[in-house]
Design a protein around this ligand. Sequence first.
Ligand code: IPM
Ligand code: MN
Length: 371
Amino acid sequence: MKLKIALLPGDGIGPEVTQQAVKALNAISDKYKHTFEYVTASVGSIAIDETGNPLPDETLKICSDADAILFGAIGDPKYDNNPNATVRPEQGLLKLRKELGLFANIRPLTTYNSLVHKSNLKEDVIKGTDFVIYRELTGGIYFGDKNLSDDGNSASDSCTYTSEEIDRIAHLAFKAAQVRRKKLTLVDKANVLETSRLWRKRVLEVAKEYPTIQLEFLFVDNAAMQLILNPKQFDVILTENMFGDILSDEASVISGSIGLLASASIGKHAALFEPIHGSYPQAKGKNIANPLAAVLSAAMLLEHFDLYEEAEDIRAAVEKSVDLNISTPDLNTTNHFSTTSVGNFLRDFILDEENTFYNKNNIDLGQSTII
Ligand code: IPM
Ligand code: MN
């Protein structure tokens, strides 16, 4: 298969982790004789420095022309600490989502047996957890009218949803539930918000087309509690933009590290793949960031083009690295590996699983782990 992939490494640790994802993709293209062509473009804080715009027109064009986008991270402390900044890196990602119509953000959460003891949560609570969050990505409070009064003493963000916006992601979530454990939980705040009541009404309507799916409703405050009290109860979680943002960070605690969670953002035509972690500026350039979320995002990219065996190869390599504790400091505090070393191990394992030599010294020296 021939794929044109736009690479948007972005800010902070974005470039380092994206590089490891590309290594994994190149190993796959070598092994399966695919042709992956990459075009790199700038986005976020780095794009503001270069052009004054967090999403330059050229970047948007490159993304529109590509089959898929692999995204790193966005954000910089110099903007986080300045509420008066009118141009912000995050606007680049939000505009990209909106312009490309990436309305569904899919965030799977699985646990690794060798990591369950690393989570802050109890092993018997989280072991075997396997759910996916379908987060609406181009509507709600993120994109509603924003206002700051002239005297600067009053501000508002409005939250709007249309039936169409709700229905299209609801269909995707129900379809996902059909091939999973057939349960869908809508998370909302229907006891307070009008938009949430519309979500309930529409989801009940869409549910008629999926009679085999068990539908459940949870208020977001309760859902936040249930996620860490009994995460195994969830199969597919469907929710609006802001709730999905918050709950997916919370859910990452279950897997042991936010450095493990990948995501896919899907629209009618375009598709973007990105780790859910942010730009982690404290780790920038230190070669310590966990590349697994970026690498697993590349696996989701392959799956999007029905390259299931290839995606499975990446997941098997990731699982092996986790089992062998060939991990960055977030997962391996005593004897950790660098970002590039983990990436090299994954590449070698994909290319030659049988002969990959698990020698810590080799990996640390950046030498090939294949003998
Ligand atoms: C995410 C991020 C973004 C969001 C930020 C960077 C705008 O937190 O993808 O979860 O809030 O959607
Ligand atoms: Mn987030």
